[in-house]
Design a protein around this ligand. Structure first.
Ligand code: TYM
Length: 338
């Protein structure tokens, strides 16, 4: 079976709608057609200052949301990145193949370090994309290029490019080992935007919480945020991202949540006001997210069971990762132990 792999950072109490539509929701059907590996990028989460208890809680809450959204630990390998030690080990080897200038050109580092300046940022934040390359490449050996995909949102494209570059470089220096992996980005939901600033990506670091829909929002709060979403001048409900970014984002979300093509939504809402679109979107969103929220809370009531499921996932992932690393160590010229 072809393979898919993707990760998500447990850096908030809840995933937001961008994470859900851009990533998690694509992951669910892929578990039936692919051998699927999905992980919580907890090592990436510590590249910025964090509280240990909060990280532990968010890692469990993130796992619970993945399961509540439909990932099945029997059909997918779901695990915490830090529990598969090979991720960090391969990261070191790949970092020795990455140019300092090359790493400096990663836009996400520039964005994330912009606030406090690059000298205040951690080296971990700087090498973040190299750890991501390791996350991916560990699971690629023995596969053809078409047989390996990484389902992500648009903002991960540059990291996937670096991953391809590093795979090619490693193969060139040490012999054919890794596949150059492809990003699998669904255009329709690649970039969900902020409800208050519809020109900007919906992001955990948004300036106002009002612009972010969280999977675990209380129903009343979710409805309010949708009803207060910024719309555009004019009255027509039409998809036109350049001139009507607010309405277009709402249509994109509605279409993704219901499976109804945008053209059909446009004719459905013909002659109606923005208020009606928001009202129907709020109903739809509550219908989708209320059960996910309820199930997440149920799963969180038994953290020991969540830990057991994640450990099983890590055992399965580690089998693949350990196989890759023994080849990598050999090719790089490191001595064997035992
Ligand atoms: P993270 O945790 O920021 O986001 C998880 C996924 O959600 C997608 N996403 C969006 N999609 C559409 N619209 C949005 N507004 C939006 N915001 C976020 C992201 O593109 C991502 O797919 N570096 C990664 C985690 C990671 C990873 C990996 C991913 C670590 N190692 C290996 C793939 C493969 C990240 O920060 O995702």
């Amino acid at each position: 079976r072809p393979r898919v792999l993707s990760g998500i950072q447990p850096t908030a109490e809840s995933f937001h709608l961008g994470n859900f539509l851009g990533a998690v929701r694509q992951w669910v059907p892929l578990q039936d057609t692919h051998e699927a590996f999905y992980f919580l990028a907890d090592l990436h989460a510590i590249t910025v200052e964090h509280d240990p208890e909060v990280l532990r809680r968010r890692t469990r809450a993130s796992a619970a949301q993945l399961f509540a959204a439909g990932l099945d630990p029997e059909r997918s390998t779901v695990f915490a990145q830090s529990q598969v030690y090979e991720h960090a080990e391969l990261q070191w080897i790949l970092s020795c193949l990455t140019g300092f200038g090359e790493a400096s050109r990663m836009t996400q580092f520039k964005d994330k370090s912009a606030k406090e300046g690059t000298s205040a940022a951690s080296v971990g934040l700087f090498t973040y994309p190299i750890l991501q390359a390791a996350d991916i490449l560990l699971y690629t050996p023995h596969l053809g290029e078409k047989d390996f995909q990484v389902p992500v949102g648009e903002d991960q494209r540059q990291h996937l490019e670096l991953t391809r570059t590093l795979a090619g470089r490693f193969n060139h220096r040490f012999g054919e080992t890794f596949v150059e992996p492809n990003a699998y980005i669904l255009k329709a939901t690649a970039k969900i935007t902020d409800l208050q600033e519809p020109e900007r990506k919906m992001s955990k670091s948004a300036s106002s919480p009002q612009g972010i829909i969280n999977v675990l929002d209380e129903p009343g709060a979710m409805r309010k945020k949708i009803m207060r979403a910024v719309t555009d001048t004019g009255t027509e409900i039409a998809y036109d991202p350049d001139n009507k970014p607010g309405v277009s984002n709402l249509l994109t979300i509605m279409s993704a949540l219901t499976g109804t093509p945008i053209i059909e939504l446009e004719s459905h809402f013909q002659g109606q006001g923005y208020g009606q679109l928001k009202k129907e979107l709020a109903e739809t969103a509550l219908g989708v997210f209320t059960p996910v929220r309820d199930r997440t809370l149920e799963l969180l009531a038994d953290p020991a069971e969540l830990d057991r499921i994640l450990e099983k996932g890590a055992d399965r992932a580690a089998e693949v990762a350990a196989g890759t690393m023994s080849v990598v160590r050999e090719r790089v010229g490191l001595l064997r132990r035992g």
